[in-house]
Design a protein around this ligand. Sequence first.
Ligand SMILES: N[C@@H](Cc1c[nH]cn1)C(=O)NCC(=O)O
Length: 463
Amino acid sequence: MRTARPLLPWVVWGIAALAYAVAVINRSSLSALGPAAQDHFGIDATLLSMFAMIQLIVYAALQIPVGVLLDRFGATSMILGGGLLMVAGQAVMATAPEVSLAILARVLVGAGDACTFISVMRMLPEWFALRQLATVSQLTGLIGQAGQLVSVAPLAALVGAIGWTGGFLGLAACGLLVVLLSALVLRDRPGDGTALERVLGRKGRLSREARSLATPPPTGVAEVSPPSTEMIPVVREPRVRVLGFWSRAQRLLALPGVRLAYWLHFTSPFAVNVFLLLWGTPFLTGGVGLSLPTAGGLLSLTVLSSMTAGLLLGPLSSRFVERRVWIAFGIVVAIMAVWIAVLLWPGTPPLWLLVMLLVVTPIGGPASMISFEVARSHTPRSFAGFGTGLVNTGGFTASLVVILLIGLVLDLQGAGSPESYSMGAFKVAFAVQIPFWLFGLTMILIESRRTKGWMQEHGRSLR
Ligand SMILES: N[C@@H](Cc1c[nH]cn1)C(=O)NCC(=O)O
């Protein structure tokens, strides 16, 4: 009897990761097209940076609602819905005659993007064994980073070659193609049908016979093994009763492991987000005094570093499950230490220190993926989408606040425009990150102690 289909989990993951990469391409599609967008809509730099901010606000604000919908409708529907929203957003961006419609386009892209990552993360434990999850999650993040590379040079080249409308319509068409592929391939879990099969009301053999890599081949005795995701199957799932939003939130937040995951995500990725989303280029050009191409070259180091760290951190955190929180903690301390060295360096920091900054800071991205592993260990399955969304708000909220504070501190020093940027002003402005790291690290210490106590009290251990 042919039962195991070891390839299907990888195919499902491949398409889900591709959908996430497309989300990242859409998210960062304006990053290399700033001047083109200013030209096209006749807008100034402030309005241009509003595009990024609005999109980020929409993304962060939708994480919890999307998580709730994810628990209700499943990952496939959310990935498809998110993909369609982004296709619509880019089609609007391509054809918008004025800036208000371009803002609507960014809202649509932000909303679609918000649906994608946490849905992909929710899908993974259904298809992979516990020992594989950390590595597969990191690979997913790495593929997303690759999407960021696509949106820099190739997209700019496409828009340069065929124009704004053609370039963005091309992007929308690629997105649509991936939505169609997703409808044909993605399944929430083994045994579920694809979106197309659900519409047709007929489940194919591939879907019926699909097996998770976590499930040992049936022996004829036990059909279903316990879900590998519940390393700590702590909270019994609510039976039939559907809990309201606040009750669900309360139950989730009552778990110290979920709070620990939140603070890990809050603390680790904001420095790299702040740098890549807004303040990296102004700091390197207006503060350090580098040319735009040199700054761009240095910034590409961040992607390389993040990808390499992702490859290492996956196996490392699944090999040392008990130590994974401390791995992330150590990475944050290293990021903070390099930043403090840069801020305390008299005058302009030397190139070697800047290279170190651009290599160490991005490791916070892959380190933040550890928070999803922690969340998975402590969140009851029926809350998994909510839990992932909640945790994912941590880093993005911190990023948003720090981005705004840096702008504010620059303005307060009278150094808020490219003509008035200076190294001294940037140093003071970037120092606002320090209380965020210290606060986050303190919360991690507090919640990891509580989590340990809670696990002892409930007789649980991490496997
Ligand atoms: N920290 C990122 C993921 C990541 C992985 N490697 C580098 N960054 C994250 O939380 N992503 C959420 C998203 O929607 O991209």
